[in-house]
Design a protein around this ligand. Structure first.
Ligand SMILES: Cc1cc2nc3c(=O)[nH]c(=O)nc-3n(C[C@H](O)[C@H](O)[C@H](O)COP(=O)(O)OP(=O)(O)OC[C@H]3O[C@@H](n4cnc5c(N)ncnc54)[C@H](O)[C@@H]3O)c2cc1C
Length: 404
């Protein structure tokens, strides 16, 4: 079985679990980074949430991702501005920036040891056309007051201790970014939530949810749970239990690998667009290079493909792309390969929905959920207490026109 670097190196004791109770005040379904952050905010508010997951902590996208915590949107800022309009794009970017900072604050406040390194992220440009887009993006971000800088090839090379590929022309630096160990992060968020009273049940699949006499009835494969409120944070699988999201969120497989260790050569996270769907990576504290992406070379871009498996065409493209960025890494031995389930929407923004009284659902992070987790979780925890959709997340509503 394929196992991600994060799960293979999670040296933490298991969290205490309970058998699923018949009643709970608040249930959080999904123990990825979003469910874990939401549970922490709920527990801090004294609500003693029950967190359930059909597998366990970080079993979905979170535990199989690239570990990049970068402020910004899944889509380039210029493209997001064209799609949503300037004011909305600015508000969305500000939300992600606040979210990135809030997650760092949570990590510090709860003393979560998750290898957090705040060294920024470089989006490496290939050729002159990509460098022009990077320059325009940096100008637009700076004009709106967001941190960003343009690096020429020489400045980019200064950040990288091995030779850059011949086609590299420069990079866009995002200083509001970092890297971390995704499974340690989720474990730490849940452990903190437990200290405030959260309880956990793993190996429980929610099959459906219905309103029942002013409460919610969550039907699971191990009996029903009656709850006053629930937050559904199952991302790629949202449509299985929230029918309103079935047509709006689609599962897309993302593949990654990590190499054997090499001498430290880069401190920040990095990304590129050598293939149309892009690549991303980081050098891990142990020296391995985690690198992923390239799903554009897969049939139908790996939309709907089985997570947990990898395919030779995408894995070969990831290895080739790594060699094009950093030629001395061409042909390096691979330590581990894995994949996970991303959740895409038509406009690359997550959806926050309130399909029934007391029921809130969130998903569709389009491969970029880490900077949103803490802030969306905080607003959802408030929504559970007020019973209304948070105004701060209005742009992520299910009825927005850009979703079709
Ligand atoms: C290969 C890859 C690389 C990525 N790289 C990055 C990156 O570097 N930076 C970044 O910001 N984002 C990245 N992403 C995206 C990011 O990981 C996600 O946006 C984020 O983790 C979503 O978190 P989540 O908690 O919403 O969902 P998930 O982490 O997917 O958690 C959902 C949970 O719900 C559970 N579940 C599902 N159905 C049910 C059910 N019926 N009943 C009970 N439980 C259920 C699952 O077991 C799972 O644990 C990447 C994703 C992938 C796959």
């Amino acid at each position: 079985m394929l196992i991600s670097h994060w799960h293979a190196t999670l040296d933490r004791p298991p969290l205490p679990t309970i058998d699923p109770p018949a009643t709970a005040e608040v249930v959080v379904v999904g123990a990825g980074v979003v469910g874990a952050a939401t549970a922490l905010w709920l527990a801090r508010a004294g609500l003693q949430p029950l967190v359930i997951d059909r597998q366990g902590p970080a079993a979905g996208a979170t535990g199989n991702n690239g570990g990049l915590l970068s402020a910004g949107l899944a889509e380039n800022y210029l493209a997001a501005t064209a799609r949503h309009g300037h004011e909305a794009a600015r508000e969305l970017y500000a939300l992600s920036l606040a979210g990135q900072r809030l997650l760092v604050e949570l990590i510090e406040q709860e003393r979560i040891d998750c290898d957090l390194r705040l060294h920024g992220n470089v989006n490496i440009a290939i050729g002159e056309a990509q460098l022009s887009i990077a320059a325009a993006t940096v100008s637009a971000l700076q004009a709106d007051g967001f941190p960003a800088a343009l690096l020429d090839r020489a400045a980019t090379q200064e950040m990288v201790g091995i030779p850059l590929g011949a086609a590299v022309t420069g990079a866009r630096l995002n200083p509001a970014a970092g890297t971390l160990h995704s499974a340690k992060l989720v474990h730490g968020l849940l452990a903190a939530a437990h200290r405030y009273g959260a309880r956990f049940s793993w190996g429980i699949t929610v099959q459906s949810i219905a309103s029942d006499a002013g409460r919610l009835r969550l039907l699971t494969d191990r009996g029903a749970i009656s709850a006053a409120a629930a937050v559904i944070a199952v991302n790629a699988w949202s449509g299985e239990i929230v029918p309103e999201l079935a047509q709006r969120i689609k599962l897309v497989r993302g593949q990654a690998l990590c190499t054997v260790p090499v001498e430290p050569f880069i401190a920040c996270g990095f990304g590129a667009s050598l293939t149309p769907t892009g690549e991303y990576g980081q050098q891990l504290p142990g020296g391995q290079v985690l690198f992923g992406g390239c799903r554009a070379v897969a049939p139908d871009h790996d939309v709907g493909a089985l997570p947990g498996e990898v395919s030779p065409e995408v894995q070969n493209a990831i290895e080739a792309s790594l060699g094009r960025l950093f030629p001395t890494l061409a042909g390096i031995a691979i330590e581990r390969r894995w994949s996970g389930a991303m959740a895409f929407t038509a406009d690359y923004l997550p959806i926050v929905a309130n399909p029934a009284p007391g029921l809130f659902a969130v998903g569709g992070f389009s491969g970029h959920g880490m900077p949103f987790a803490a802030i969306v979780g905080r607003h959802l925890a408030e929504a559970v207490q007020t019973g209304t959709m948070p105004a701060a997340l209005a742009l992520l509503g299910m009825e927005r026109v850009t979703l079709v």
